[in-house]
Design a protein around this ligand. Structure first.
Ligand code: BDR
Ligand code: CA
Length: 313
């Protein structure tokens, strides 16, 4: 497999996604962080805490602390003030490797384009870092192997507004730059993330079956926070996997049971539709080149998740 760079805004499910990659042998060669669920500093701390909990050392580069055009938003209402729902933190964490993720991405993909050894990327936060890199050096697109993104809506049902999903709404101009590039892309939109819940009972049984360990206790706290949030919003007691779904699709493409090929446009107009994605399989927005995931095998997803909670056993 190609080397992998993870770009993340350090929320509760971002930590789960990173653990999933590590547990399944696809530890990123580097992580770049971005504002989003929490501010940039907290997002970076959360990723360093996740890595230390798993006992792995990976360079973490701090990226954009704000969107290209609009004001910065966050999602501490969903992810908690610390962005990790109060999950236990390790005593010691590494320091960030740099505070210039955009320069790091440009250098990595430039070298990948030169050597022919392409690098894959998984993005589970606002798309600002890659947009900045592409805007200043478009040729780096040639060094990107496959880009997997959690973001957008496929049927027009948003989470942050009725029409828009958080990662796009947080920086629509950046999303437009990334979606209009010629990179080979797989997009996991918001709606399919709600289609494969793991029941609260199954989650409890999973954690009860595992011996206490830093990863188990951390994962359990993350899962508990998500379940409580879902119930507080009137949902059933279940665990929806959002960023981990994108990680799972990257790890195991065969997990996908339904997808479509389309182009993605982003509504940049102010008002009700800002940040909404327009999915076009018809070719009118350009030849359909993005694979959009609509459904996966729920059992296989749950098994991938179970292995990550048991790491490093
Ligand atoms: C996305 O936004 C964040 O809340 C999650 O981490 C996920 O990346 C869902 O809209
Ligand atoms: Ca995220």
């Amino acid at each position: 497999a190609n080397k992998l760079i993870l770009d993340t805004d350090g929320g509760v499910d971002d930590a789960q996604a990173l653990l999933l990659l590590i547990a399944h042998g696809r530890t990123p060669v580097a992580v770049t962080t971005v504002f989003g669920n929490v501010g940039l500093d907290a997002a970076t701390d959360n990723i360093l805490a996740t890595l230390a909990t798993a006992g792995v050392s990976v360079p973490v580069h701090k990226g954009a602390d704000r969107p290209l055009v609009q004001k910065t938003i966050d999602a501490t209402d969903i992810h908690g003030e610390d962005g990790l729902g109060g999950a236990p933190r390790p005593a010691r964490v590494d320091a960030p490797a740099s505070d210039d993720a955009v320069a790091f991405l440009r250098a990595s993909f430039r070298e990948a384009a030169r050597s022919g050894l392409k690098v894959d990327m998984l993005m589970i936060g606002p798309l600002t870092n890659l947009a900045l890199a592409l805007r200043t050096e478009p040729a780096i697109a040639a060094g990107i192997g496959r880009l997997t993104i959690m973001g957008a809506t496929v049927y027009g049902r948003g989470n942050v507004t009725p029409a828009a999903e958080f990662n796009i709404f947080a920086d629509p101009e950046a999303a437009e730059i990334v979606f209009s590039s010629a990179i080979d892309m797989v997009v996991v939109p918001w709606e399919p993330c709600l289609k494969h819940p793991i029941s609260g009972e199954a989650v409890d049984a999973l954690f009860a079956s595992l011996p206490a360990s830093p990863v188990r206790d951390f994962s359990q706290a993350l899962a508990r926070h998500i379940r409580q949030g879902t119930m507080a919003r009137g949902g059933a007691d279940c665990l929806d996997l959002v960023d981990p779904l994108a990680a799972a699709v990257l790890l195991e493409p065969g997990i996908v049971t339904r997808s479509l090929s389309a182009s993605i446009g982003v509504s940049l107009a102010p008002g009700l539709t800002r940040g909404m994605t327009v999915i076009d399989p018809s070719g009118r927005l350009g030849s359909p080149k993005v694979t959009i995931i609509e459904e996966v095998d729920a059992e296989r997803l749950a098994s991938l998740y179970a292995v990550s909670a048991a790491y490093p056993s």
